[in-house]
Ligand binder design. Structure first.
Ligand SMILES: [Cu+2]
Length: 314
């Protein structure tokens, strides 16, 4: 269908596009031919040219034709669809593994060496298997340029997608299952790099170095932006899904702990608890269960930096 010189963005582009173009082609063929036949009939059986209506009854030959041809066409479409889809179900053994966490409302990519990122960096020409983990509701990971899309179902075992990126570049990636208020925040990029450049990124401990030159408050803010806290929390006093961070630190807050309502002072321990066990103390007027624990996703050091940043929002 394409000349083989053009490299596709991924190994699945060809199979999906062939099925798509075949179905589109068949649809257009029938759209045009049926329209022409209709116009021809309007002309031919016009009342003036054909004054007396004739009843036509039964034609086995015609009925066979209009059963067999559509049957063959649907089987052809099925075959192309199936042939394009089948290889997606089995990832090669040697695939690079990346774990994708989807939560309201961001994606987080975790690599085998522990490196985490909100942009998906990948080496060119190496199969990659994305192990999909939805932490709250159903999300769906979609990379249009690679022609791959997979629902992320909470609790589902062996939920994955795989592909081979074949062309360097930056491609869109987003959630394509409406998952609540800030669904549109789940939008990011895939960056496909040459093997060497990828390794530079992968092995780079610059993230730590970066944090060392950055002030703790700037690091705290960056961590929060990367992991998506601001989808639910503002810093200007406006109420989003959760309470605003403005003027939070050092002030008192009414919270519901279990059945008991109490007033607490917002200090380091309270913020740490809010991040790791958000349902222990639920801010009065907000629902339990909206904020999920960041246990395992944010380290104690990350939390300390976040606290430093929160102190500055007064
Ligand atoms: Cu989503």
């Amino acid at each position: 269908m394409y000349s083989s010189e053009i490299t596709q963005a991924s190994n699945f582009v060809k199979g999906v596009d062939s099925a798509f173009l075949l179905i589109l082609g068949i649809s257009f063929f029938f759209l045009i031919s049926l329209t022409l036949v209709m116009l021809w009939f309007i002309y031919k059986y016009n009342h003036k040219r054909h004054p007396r209506a004739v009843q036509v009854e039964g034609s086995t030959r015609l009925e066979l034709i209009w059963t067999i041809i559509p049957f063959l066409l649907t089987m052809l479409m099925f075959y192309y669809g199936w042939a394009g889809w089948k290889p997606m179900g089995k990832a090669p053994e040697e695939s690079m593994q990346v774990t994708v966490y989807g939560r309201m409302w961001n994606f987080l990519f975790e690599y085998e060496n522990g490196r985490k990122s909100d942009t998906l960096f990948l080496p060119k020409d190496r199969p990659v298997k994305l192990n999909l983990k939805a932490l709250d509701v159903i999300h769906s990971l979609y990379i249009p340029a690679f022609r791959v899309k997979q629902d992320m179902v909470p609790g589902k075992e062996n939920n994955f997608m795989w592909f081979v990126p074949q062309r360097e570049g930056t491609y869109e990636l987003f959630c394509t299952e409406y998952c609540g208020l800030q669904h549109s925040y789940m939008y990011n990029y895939v960056k496909v790099l040459e093997e060497e450049a990828f390794h530079g990124w992968y092995a780079d401990t610059a993230l730590v170095a970066e944090a060392a030159v950055e002030s703790p408050t700037a690091s705290g803010k960056r961590i929060m932006q990367n992991i998506g806290c601001f989808a639910c929390h503002s810093i200007d006093g406006s109420k989003l899904v959760g309470p605003s961070f403005k003027g939070l630190y050092g002030h008192s807050q009414m919270v519901v702990s279990g059945k008991e309502k109490r007033e607490i002072k917002v200090d380091d321990a309270y913020i740490r608890r809010s991040i790791y066990n958000p349902n222990d103390d639920v801010v009065e007027g907000y629902s339990k269960g909206l904020m999920l624990s960041y246990q395992g996703q944010l380290s104690e050091d990350d939390v300390k930096l976040i606290i430093e940043y929160l102190k500055t929002i007064q």
